[in-house]
Design a protein around this ligand. Structure first.
Ligand code: HDE
Length: 699
């Protein structure tokens, strides 16, 4: 083979015959090799018979590289395919051994490593971050007694009561099989057909159509274990629990129009946000709490604690905070960790146990099965991200890609040949709680699961007026995409049972007169359940901008003093500032100081920020006036109800965007007295809800 010509270029790299640029020297330590360790001399040209001849079969280097590449993808998760994850730790607030013998809950001084993965449910791995969807909230605790996986969602109830319906539910929400769309969207006929024929979905639909399904970021979601679990102490005493995660910066959501636009502006909005927050040391944090209750309390409830379509209101059983989780390290490699992590509700440790919730019971089969299909081997527990950190020893052997190299003759138990080999441990070992509930074999739904509307009504009544408006709009949007009128009519019939006002408002918004009146609830919905304030995100939103991002649109010659005071104020509040300018590259302030913008106006629409500052100079405002993206920046900030502040020079921009100053509605003159304080105070409200009726009159 002719030797590739090389010649040095001015910047110390050499050019090969193919024109690629290389470093001039390669140390032994950085020598590229094949997977077998053979050093590679040329990674640019395949082996050919003559420079212009055919490629040779014997090119083992080419074949190894391409074969490996061909196999790079593994099947994506059938649900929850798109996820983002991070490492961190969990520490209990105190010793909880009275409740549970779980080792990781006993010592407040001990941090247990965790890996948390958040996900959307319906879309594929390459879909966007902000569709209307449930979010998965899965945490792997690497405890001293083995791995415990808490595989939950950001909504405390589920669509169905029995695992056998899951494939149908998921088929209905995924892309329709003939046309392959819509991706990552429930707004289509098959989903609404299925749920409208499945009354038990009604409660979950209320949550899925609420703001919970369009979160502001993954750092702003709550998490729930959904099913009732048991905590079991060393004396074998069991307490029922529902698990709750609460974010330390409060839960918050986007508004629908913002979520839609974010999907285009930054499809990785949530993934990027999680990554960047951890990267800059602003670590997301959640409190893990339980609602702990005994059999007597369970018996006194008017629903079944095994029914995953029900919540226990916090007014009935309050939260007990167990400890906190902090996510402080980004994955080193997305595939090795985020993609290969294998969660399973059946990854359990002594001190925690299941109940007979028929949805949970079915999951106990599905997750192990799905790992075999995705990861391709029963040895998936040997992948670093799945490996327990405590000793793991047993006689399971061999299989695809076994990493362990067991020693000795003995691979069975009991044995007498190796007294040091692994044995059962009746003291430390996992013992299932002896749940006495069992009956004759039957395919039956308990009658105690029959009330499908009371808690949906309670949810509706617990919402603030803006949240109710959003639920109406969400049902309207989704049903407007449903072509089959009979399906819409059926959904309206369910909504009427939830609350006549809800059914009527959605019907009016859809311009529909008929609603199904032949849906007979199995149990008459209760009318006396009191609203539960913690169900509303708006009612409990903390007044903070910690962890939020403020966008500042500037042009050359902007007021440097103002930027300095804004920066200082935001820093004090724990918020970040991003600079947006018409062009990338340094922008000069009025004193000649140079600033590197984070984004250009076209690439940094205001949907990416929590509060917005319009700060051009007198000379620069003219440029912005000619840019539709700059006008839309202001219009959207206003329409999405964000605190918006401006300098006097920006007045023509606001006029062109048809936005009028109004301190009470969060449109604030920054040059005015108290301008900065008013802006921060407005930003802390997150949204100026009173503005909504001006931009989206309630239907
Ligand atoms: Fe899952 N679910 N699920 N699910 N689920 C999966 O497991 C399944 C359910 C949840 O970040 C799959 O490894 C069945 C409820 C999360 O990797 C699969 C049923 C809740 C994740 C599966 C349910 C969840 C999954 C797909 C009904 C909240 C992502 C890939 C009986 C409590 C975990 C995988 C991650 C993933 C099955 C219902 C949460 C197919 C059969 C209820 C957060 O095994």
């Amino acid at each position: 083979m002719a030797k590739a010509k090389t010649n040095k270029t001015a910047n110390g790299v050499k050019k090969s015959g193919g024109g690629e640029l290389h470093q001039t020297t390669t140390s032994d330590a950085q020598t590229l090799t094949t997977n077998q360790g053979t050093p590679i001399a040329d990674n640019q040209n395949s082996l050919k018979s003559g420079a212009r001849g055919p490629t040779l079969m014997e090119d083992f280097i080419l074949r190894e590289k391409i074969t490996h590449f061909d196999h790079e993808r593994i099947p994506e998760r059938i649900v929850h395919a798109r996820g983002s994850a991070a490492h961190g730790y969990f520490e209990p607030f105190k010793n909880w051994s009275k409740l549970s013998k779980a080792a990781f809950l006993s010592n407040p001084k001990k941090r247990t490593k965790v890996f948390a993965r958040f996900s959307t449910v319906a879309g594929g791995a390459g879909s966007v971050d902000t569709p209307r969807d449930v979010r998965g909230f899965a945490v792997k605790f690497y405890t001293d007694d083995g791995n415990f996986d808490l595989v939950g969602n950001n909504i405390p109830v589920f669509f169905i009561q029995d695992a056998i319906k899951f494939p149908d539910l998921i088929h209905s929400v995924k892309m329709e099989p003939d046309r392959g769309f819509p991706q990552a969207a429930s707004a289509h006929d098959t989903f609404w057909d299925f749920v409208s024929l499945t009354p038990e979905s009604t409660h979950m639909l209320m949550w899925a159509m609420s703001d919970r399904a369009i979160p502001r970021s993954l750092r702003h979601i709550e998490g729930f274990g959904i099913h009732t679990f048991r905590l079991v102490n060393a004396d074998g005493e069991s307490t029922f629990v529902k698990f709750h995660w609460r974010p330390s910066i409060g839960a918050a959501s986007q508004v629908w129009d913002e979520a839609v636009k974010t999907a285009g502006a930054d499809p990785d909005y949530h993934r990027r946000d999680l990554w960047e927050s951890i990267d800059k040391g602003d670590f997301p944090e959640w409190t893990l709490s339980v609602q702990a209750f005994d059999q007597k309390t369970a018996d006194a409830l008017d629903f079944d604690i095994l029914d995953p379509t029900k919540i226990i209101p916090e007014e009935v059983v309050p939260l007990t905070p167990l400890g906190r989780m902090v996510l402080d390290r980004n994955p080193t490699n997305f595939f090795a960790e985020t993609e290969q992590v294998a969660f399973h509700p059946g990854h359990l440790v002594p001190g925690i146990d299941f109940t007979a919730d028929p949805l949970l019971q079915g999951r106990l089969h599905s997750y192990l099965d799905t790992q075999l299909s995705r990861l391709g081997s029963a040895n998936f527990h040997e992948i670093p991200i799945n490996r327990p950190v405590c000793p793991m020893r047993n006689f399971q052997r061999d299989g695809h890609m076994r990493m362990q190299v067991p020693e000795g003759r003995v691979n069975y138990e009991p044995n007498s040949l190796d007294p040091a080999s692994p044995r059962e441990n009746p003291v430390r070992g996992f013992a299932s709680f002896p749940d006495p509930d069992a009956g004759p074999k039957t395919r039956q739904r308990p009658e105690s699961f029959a009330d499908h509307y009371s808690q949906a009504r309670q949810f509706w009544r617990s919402m603030t007026p803006p949240e109710q408006g959003h639920i109406v709009s969400a049902f309207t949007f989704e049903l407007s995409k449903v072509v089959t009128v009979a399906i819409r009519t059926r959904v309206l019939g369910h909504l009427d049972l939830v609350e006549p006002e809800l059914g009527e408002r959605v019907a009016a918004a859809l311009n529909m007169t008929g609603m199904a009146d032949d849906i007979t609830p199995a149990v008459e919905p209760r009318d006396d359940l009191p609203p539960s304030p913690p169900l509303s995100l708006v009612a409990k939103a903390p007044a903070t901008i910690k962890g939020r991002t403020v966008g500042v649109m500037v042009t050359a010659g902007f007021d440097s003093r103002l930027l300095a005071s804004l920066t200082a104020a935001l820093k004090r509040e724990g918020a970040a500032l991003k600079l947006i300018a018409p062009k990338i590259g340094p922008v000069k302030d009025d004193k000649g100081g140079k600033h590197e913008p984070d984004m250009i106006v076209d690439g940094g629409p205001s949907v990416l920020f929590d509060a917005c500052v319009v700060m051009p100079s007198e000379e620069g405002v003219g440029d912005l006036l000619e840019m539709a993206s700059a006008i839309n920046w202001i219009r959207d900030a206003y329409g999405h109800l964000k605190a918006l502040t401006y300098v006097d020079a920006a007045a023509p921009l606001l006029a062109k965007a048809a936005v009028e100053p109004d301190v009470a509605l969060g449109v604030i003159d920054l040059d005015g007295k108290k301008g900065l304080d008013d802006f921060i105070a407005a930003a802390k409200k997150h949204r100026l809800w009173d503005r909504e009726k001006l931009v989206r009159p309630p239907v």
